[in-house]
Design a protein around this ligand. Sequence first.
Ligand code: SAM
Length: 243
Amino acid sequence: THFGFRDVPVGDKQRLVGEVFTSVAGNYDLMNDLMSMGIHRLWKRHFALVSGVRRGDRVLDLAGGTGDIAALLLPLVGKDGEIVVGDINAAMLEVGRDRLTDRGLVDGLCWARMNAEMLPFPDTSFDAVTMVFGLRNVTNKAAALADIYRVLKPGGRALIMEFSKVKSPLLSKLYDFHSFKVLPRLGQLFAGDADSYQYLAESIRKHPDQEGMRELMNEAGFDRVDVRNLSHGIVAIHRGYKF
Ligand code: SAM
């Protein structure tokens, strides 16, 4: 397919990723539901529960275009807190902002287009930075993690949820079948777009596993990095602190 990212220069990859998300923005919920059979909603709720986000916190939700995470964290930060939703793709931001506005979620939210690799904020700006199903699309993950570290306040934490390595052999087989055989067909059938779904399955396989992510976070400077597997490692939440 034309999404053979390994063969194109870095700048082009970022542009192609942008195009993938523009083409799926409108079908985004459908896509998530197909990919995870609806379970992404539970993963996200779990993520918010263990995020440790508190009243008054200033949070940056990176790759947050759909607004799903912002909607879950907003009640936690309360009236004195703030959530900045950052995403590289304008269409995703628009979909998320419209959806949350329709639900009456406006105050305390701020939407801005940005690249996770070059955050437009001064040092020590946030109590927490969250990134859910976003990091695997970022070309230079080390740069993104280093910049997340930079914008955190001392005592602040990063919470990264991403697809990871399935820990059970049987589930792993089923999962591969679902990703490479079922998913692109469902994508074709429901969204007329097999390529984007194929890209997503491939990007999940190429993303570092639990240990690889832990190392990347340590290298970026994070302390006390821990990992929590959800659904036997289909998804993992990495948490790290800046002290
Ligand atoms: N966090 C949301 C959720 O879980 O519903 C959206 C996840 S979606 C799979 C990935 C998002 O990452 C897209 O909105 C895409 O535009 C964004 N993205 C990709 N590369 C990015 C980058 N370098 N910087 C910021 N956002 C990026």
